[in-house]
Design a protein around this ligand. Sequence first.
Ligand code: C6P
Length: 412
Amino acid sequence: MTYADSSGVDWARIREDFPILREQVRGQPLVYLDNAASSQKPRAVMDALVEFYEHSNANVHRGLHELSSRATDAYEGAREKVARYLGAACAEEIVFTRGTTEGVNLVANAWGNASLKAGDVILLTEMEHHSNLVPWQMLAARTGAQVRYLPVTAEGELALEELDTFLTPAVKIFAFTHISNSLGTINPAAELCRAAKKVGALSLLDAAQSAGHCPVNVREIGCDFLVFSGHKMCAPTGIGALYGRRELLDSLPPWHGGGEMISSVTYEGATFKSAPYRFEAGTPNIAGAVGLGAAIDYIEAIGREAIFAHDSALVDYAQERLAELPGLHVLGPRRGRGGLVSFSMDAAHPHDITTYVDRFGVALRGGHHCNQPLMRKLRLPGTTRASFYFYNTQSEVDRLIEVLQEVQRFFA
Ligand code: C6P
């Protein structure tokens, strides 16, 4: 099998937009296959940051001068872009956050503290990242609610036949990942949200691994909340967003208090702005939001269907090639996975593999990928993971296979 892509996109030209991909690492051309951890940034996003700082930089929402109004327009313009990108009904449904982790914590606190009591159930899955697990455990400890986990099968998929057993009326929220960062599994988000709704539970979708990789539309999926990180989809670090249905967000109390989230303050107390501003206390990451807006423009100019087709073709090719290596075991579903592949090798520990291939300029990730409970269930110390994005190439997959063959020779 060879890598096949029928999108018609000139991927080689697109690769040129990423200056860092021309880097040499240890005297070898960089092969960057750690995109699930963080993607690289195109020139257009870097230019948008420079443009903002050179022409519009000031604080937002509070100044009456020209630069403040330029900065506010840029910041609120980025919010509108995120809303359109996710198919939200309006910009008020978008809260800027530092990323996925902060988005989950915001919901677990603003919604969870006020809504949960002993006996309630928070339903997660066994494949959740710590970001969509620890905040719920902390909430359970505060409220007396219980955390339960929809099991993962030996094939690395959710045990959907057990969904009815787990989704009881005691479940108040079902929070799950769209694409698993360690298995690559794509979960049937719309089906799971529909099932949650049937028992009166809210749903939260962790779109950290999907928002920049495939079409994601909150109204088609039917989720109540969605969280994602900009840095995994060409934007700077420290910016992401929470989507929440408007009436739901407006019904929630604030989480962080401070400037910008209030309507009025006295020495005795405060009243708060409506959503999303009541959730954005203090000076936000203005330039980050501008960078996220530029990243969205960039991704949309390519097209998310084309990106998904490219990543899928590359991961299929990688799986075929990895199957040539004896003693290498790929985790997760064989077909229909996101653009990443996790594996274990009899020859060596994931940390040793990842450190060794770095000598050849190949960037992988090795370890538990913030999925410790899942790794424990799978009885693995961790995995080695190659994760792709639209600027990766078939020849980079071939290079990966060559260096893994080196690993096998070195650790034999
Ligand atoms: N996964 C990885 O290498 P933050 O750190 O907030 O941007 O994203 C957290 C997060 C939440 N959910 C999923 C499914 C994720 O994959 C991640 C981040 C990185 O797999 C870092 S551990």
